[in-house]
Design a protein around this ligand. Structure first.
Ligand SMILES: Cc1ncc(COP(=O)(O)O)c(C=O)c1O
Length: 395
């Protein structure tokens, strides 16, 4: 019998029954280990041979044990993948993706609205390794004309960081397939639940589990999910080679968090829409960036490709970013911080420098605030926004 994904999410990754007592804990315990024991040298040799082929097998704690397998199974089930490679943060997954698939002399095309620290990784590390990265606008550039003979990866984020620009993943996937180039998608926004890049034509889905998977702002985690044996072998081999280990305790926390994603996400999403409806009534607001908001330019793609939304939105104002600083400081329920996907509301003052490389940005000298709408009462959040935005009337 096939079940709805929300049903599977509650039941998969549970521990097996003890053969003696015929009981099992509902919540799988965290298996912590640095090393494992082998029944015999024969068993060890067999596993080592599999490792040499890039198989995901356990010879040491770096590969994790039962708790890790349970979370990998959940990611695979949610994303429709066959292989999942965990990393100790989302950024570590991005790093792992690039160094697994690319070598010196290779080139990658990356969408220009990508998560900001990707550019730091590029400048501070990939460049030195001889891996060239160039950025493109999925909206304005012709991807085909940018592909070079040495292009070995196309990496995009949809919707984009900061402006939530929806990308046409099936259209991008058709191009990358024709040219036999792997397409990887940062699916942290969808967090494996409301957006399925692999089903839409991507080869790899990347998720910062730090956000909605964890849901409680208490851990860092990354995952790369794929259906392809060849890409999984490359990523598993590199993961082991660089010792990209994830703590059993963090995996356990992620397992506990992800069990409730199906109820948390719609709550964040509904509150975010209510906040959008309030914001558009405000005199200084010029535009809302939130793909589930009907006036958003990505709304049609969002309707076509996503099964839900979340609590992320950006707001553009008819004043400079500088003028928004007192507004940010006046907010009492929105913490000033970068991350998102936890239970709490957050505000990010968006630096104009961060928006510049994103060709979808048309607001020139307008200031932008990015909000994460948490699980607080939405009426309280709106009251807080109202009092803080009133400062703009006097400036
Ligand atoms: C879209 C996106 N991808 C990746 C990351 C990196 O995740 P982590 O903070 O776990 O390194 C973030 C973090 O903010 C993000 O927003």
């Amino acid at each position: 019998m096939t079940h709805h994904i929300d049903t599977s999410l509650v039941h998969i990754g549970s521990g097996a029954f003890d053969p003696e007592t015929k009981t099992a804990a509902v919540s799988l315990p965290a298996v912590r280990t640095s090393t494992v024991r082998f029944e015999s040298l024969d068993a060890l040799e067999k596993i080592q041979a599999q490792r040499a082929q890039g198989k995901h097998v356990v010879t040491y704690g770096i590969s994790g044990l039962d708790t890790h397998r349970a979370l990998e199974e959940i990611f695979n089930t949610l994303e429709g993948g066959n292989y999942c490679v965990l990393s100790p943060s989302g950024l570590a997954s991005i790093h792992l993706l690039f160094i697994s698939l690319l070598k010196s002399g290779d080139h990658a095309l990356v969408s220009d609205g990508i998560y900001g620290p990707m550019r730091t990784l590029d400048q501070d590390l990939l460049k030195g390794l001889g891996i060239e990265v160039s950025y493109f606008s999925p909206q304005y550039d012709d991807l085909v004309s940018l592909i070079r003979p040495n292009t070995k990866l196309v990496y995009v984020e949809s919707p984009s960081s900061l402006l939530f620009e929806m990308l046409d993943i099936p259209a991008i996937g058709r191009v990358t397939k024709q040219h036999n180039i792997p397409l990887a998608v940062d699916n942290t926004w969808g967090s494996s639940h409301i957006y399925k890049p692999l089903a839409l034509g991507a080869d790899i889905s990347l998720v910062a589990g730090t956000k909605y998977i964890a849901g409680h702002s208490d851990l860092l985690m990354g995952a790369l999910i794929t259906r392809r044996d060849d890409l999984a072998a490359l990523m598993h081999r590199t993961q082991y080679a660089i010792g990209n280990a994830v703590s059993g305790d963090d995996v356990w926390l992620a397992l506990r968090g992800v069990r409730t994603i199906a109820v948390r996400m719609p709550h964040h999403a509904n509150s975010a829409l209510t906040v959008c409806a309030f914001l558009v009534t405000q005199p200084h607001v010029t535009r809302i960036y939130h793909p589930a908001w009907p006036q958003d330019t990505g709304f049609a793609l969002w309707q076509r490709d996503c099964s839900g939304s979340n609590g992320m939105l950006s707001v553009e104002f008819n004043c400079t970013a500088e003028k928004l600083k007192p507004v940010v400081n006046a907010l009492t329920l929105f913490g000033i911080g970068f991350s998102w996907g936890g239970f709490e509301s957050l505000v990010q003052w968006v630096s104009p420098t961060a928006l510049k490389p994103h060709r979808a940005w048309q607001g020139q000298d307008h200031g932008v605030l990015r909000l994460h709408i948490g699980l607080e009462s939405v009426d309280d959040l709106i009251a807080d926004l109202k009092q803080a935005l009133s400062l703009l009337n006097n400036s």
